[in-house]
Design a protein. Structure first.
Length: 245
């Protein structure tokens, strides 16, 4: 099967291609003054619907670059990426922004919450951008904050919440618009081990419960154990280790 057939082969059960994400021969170079940095080298893999994939590798191995390309925040130097049958390199910047807003949940190490807004208002931000009415936003924010275990804390601002609670708010915000792909870049990097393990279990639960697909860059043993698959980056080269069943 050619790569195009793979990208387009519709799965009648799912109403789309069998793979949610397909990465083919992606390389990314950065030219910085005298040097060319090879952040990714001919990376290929696919992710099926419902999978939770961990991307591991030491600092500088290309994890953030890979997630940025999957999110359409960066373009590959060469190679192709499909998301649900759409080739990202065919989309305009505005098309990518819309795709990100409507189909992807992005979670970062830094949480990136707005400090002046309450937990519920932060969760409501993507729904505001999607012009959802206030009543709908409030109800959904309450439901999502309950899902991440923060019922009763919806009215608090980020600085009144612990790091783990802030990350839960960020995850709830990512879920607000029914994303199909969760992309998380070292989401437990600023948390202690026990809190990090709870966040990873939450991500695992959400991917299952919400029928999502997850790709998470992490050093965290807790997620590596919970993931369906582990992809390893070494200086931009990807290899796959099957998780023992
Ligand atoms: P990781 O997330 O695994 O730490 P990154 O994807 O951030 O790795 O970085 C991979 C390599 O690409 C590193 O050598 C990094 O310095 C380089 N790099 C990343 N972004 C840029 C950029 N915007 N300009 C130049 N080099 C970059
Ligand atoms: Mg990184």
């Amino acid at each position: 099967m050619t790569i195009n057939q793979a990208a387009e082969s519709a799965d009648p059960e799912q109403g789309g291609p069998a793979h949610l994400v397909l990465v083919h021969d992606v390389s990314k170079f950065y030219d910085t003054g005298a040097e060319r940095v090879h952040a990714l080298r001919e990376v290929s893999f696919d992710v099926s619907r419902g999978e939770l994939v961990a991307v591991v590798g030491r600092s500088g191995s290309g994890k953030t670059t890979l997630l940025s390309i999957l999110a359409g925040l960066e373009r590959p130097t060469s190679g192709q990426v499909w998301f649900d049958g759409l080739e990202l390199t065919d989309l305009s910047r505005e098309g990518l922004r819309t795709l990100r807003r409507e189909r992807m949940a992005l979670v970062f190490q830094s949480f990136a919450l707005l400090p002046m807004l309450t937990a519920a208002e932060n969760v409501g931000v993507p729904m505001r951008l999607a012009r959802r009415p206030a009543g709908f936003r409030e109800q959904r924010a309450r439901d999502l904050l309950r899902l991440v275990g923060l019922e009763g804390r919806t009215h608090l601002r980020p600085q009144e919440l612990s790091g783990g609670e802030q990350q839960r708010v960020a995850i709830a915000r990512g879920l607000a618009n029914n994303a199909s792909l969760l992309l998380a870049d070292e989401p437990t990097g600023q948390l202690d081990a026990a809190t990090g393990a709870q966040i990873m279990m939450l991500l695992r639960k959400i991917v299952h419960a919400e029928g999502m697909t997850g790709i998470v860059a992490t050093h965290d043993k807790a997620l590596i154990d919970l993931a369906d698959r582990v992809l390893t980056l070494h200086s931009g080269v990807l290899s796959e280790e099957r998780v023992a069943a």
